[in-house]
Ligand binder design. Sequence first.
Ligand SMILES: Cc1cc2nc3c(=O)[nH]c(=O)nc-3n(C[C@H](O)[C@H](O)[C@H](O)COP(=O)(O)OP(=O)(O)OC[C@H]3O[C@@H](n4cnc5c(N)ncnc54)[C@H](O)[C@@H]3O)c2cc1C
Length: 444
Amino acid sequence: MATRTESDWVNWHQLGCRPSHIAEPRSLAELRTVLREAAGRGSRVLVVGTGHSYNDLSLTSETLVTLKYLDRVEHIDVDQGLIRVQGGARLAELCTVLAGHHLAFAVLGDTAGQTIAGAISTGTHGTGLTKHSLSGQVAALQLMLADGSLREVSAESDPDLFQAARCSLGALGVVTAVTIRVVPAFTLCRVDRKVSTEEGLALVGDPPEIDHFKVWFLPYTDTAVTSSARSFPVSSPARPRTAQRLRESFLINGLMSAAGAVARQWPRGVPAMNRGMANLPMNSTVIDRSDRIFVLPISIMHDTFEYAVPLEHGRAAVQAMLDAIDSTRPPLALPCEVRFQPAEQGWLDPHYDQPSVCVGAAWHRGVDVSAFVRRVEEACRDLGGRPHWAKPHSLAAPDLAPLYPMWNRFQALRASLDPTGLFGSTAIDRYLGTNTSTREIPNS
Ligand SMILES: Cc1cc2nc3c(=O)[nH]c(=O)nc-3n(C[C@H](O)[C@H](O)[C@H](O)COP(=O)(O)OP(=O)(O)OC[C@H]3O[C@@H](n4cnc5c(N)ncnc54)[C@H](O)[C@@H]3O)c2cc1C
């Protein structure tokens, strides 16, 4: 077992921490030993995936555990459309394995760099009002609890723990295996179309019934781009994608990274630059294997926020975001992404019991957009929004508790499964409160 002391850990966003211990168990028995030894030292445990969370969720000064060696595919049931994998398996590799069996994830977000356990633990989603998040596709979980015991959890075997654990930020235990629903392999045809801001807003208020639909708003312009991806039950691309991938990569990384230099050096130049960019041709049609369409070739360093706002308030929230751009003039040189999600059942899923519009903005690392973010957060909160767990936001447990009807039941389970508060970190304390077995939680 590779256990290093005083090592640094750096997440995807180059945010670092110095855990007291880093453990990379290669078996469940080794993981159990890691938990026991951490408990013996009085150290809390934070399990991480690939550190793709934009905030401090994967940072700790105590014991950090990665499941990078617990990444095997355990079972594929092609007929039932189920795959069981270890918690450290990465989505990108799973896409390849699934494609080999003519299967695919029904939906993915903008990247596939995450682990399956990390992705479900924060409610990672794609877009589409009928397309459940990855956490929503989970059929069963295996959890290692604080005492080292293993619990197989499904909606049938333990409905409460299942709904609590499917999106639980690592606070209930280690997700050591996940059984997730998959679908027959499919091709996606994505059509991007330039529209006016007004038309984009109208579509947010009344989204079309398209498998995967989203809208990008380009700040300081009268330009939005709708992205509509429809599924086809065929698995081979209808046209070669090399040229399109190069173009996409150029637009997302080349052009956007040049835009970042302007945003950092000359923030006042951003509106004019964006207006220039709005003149670029943006209409396109791409057809490819589903995962290659879902995943965008993003490599530029950026920061972001996202709120899940009840569907009926989505248009108002996006309008508030556009108004905040006008009033606070942030150097936003990246488009604002607006996506759609059905209601989910996971107790702490930001889409719990509420179909949502996911209102997000992104900006280049190092530019100051704080006044803008404050304004949009206020508006989204007023409209009943819940922040994405893995993206920076200003809310702490007392603010979050009233937003989640099942908060107290989650905390009661947390206290009973982890009575000594083994799982946690400073970030988990802030977002979920300290484990109730050791301290009182806010009332919801
Ligand atoms: C470029 C980029 C694009 C993104 N696109 C999207 C998107 O389209 N949609 C979206 O919703 N999100 C998106 N995200 C956010 C991302 O999906 C989440 O941050 C996700 O949680 C990252 O997974 P990870 O494996 O890196 O987990 P980490 O960031 O390492 O950990 C996240 C949380 O999961 C917990 N965790 C990890 N592994 C386990 C385990 N085995 N058992 C228990 N708990 C565990 C951790 O304790 C932590 O609380 C994006 C992030 C990036 C960097």
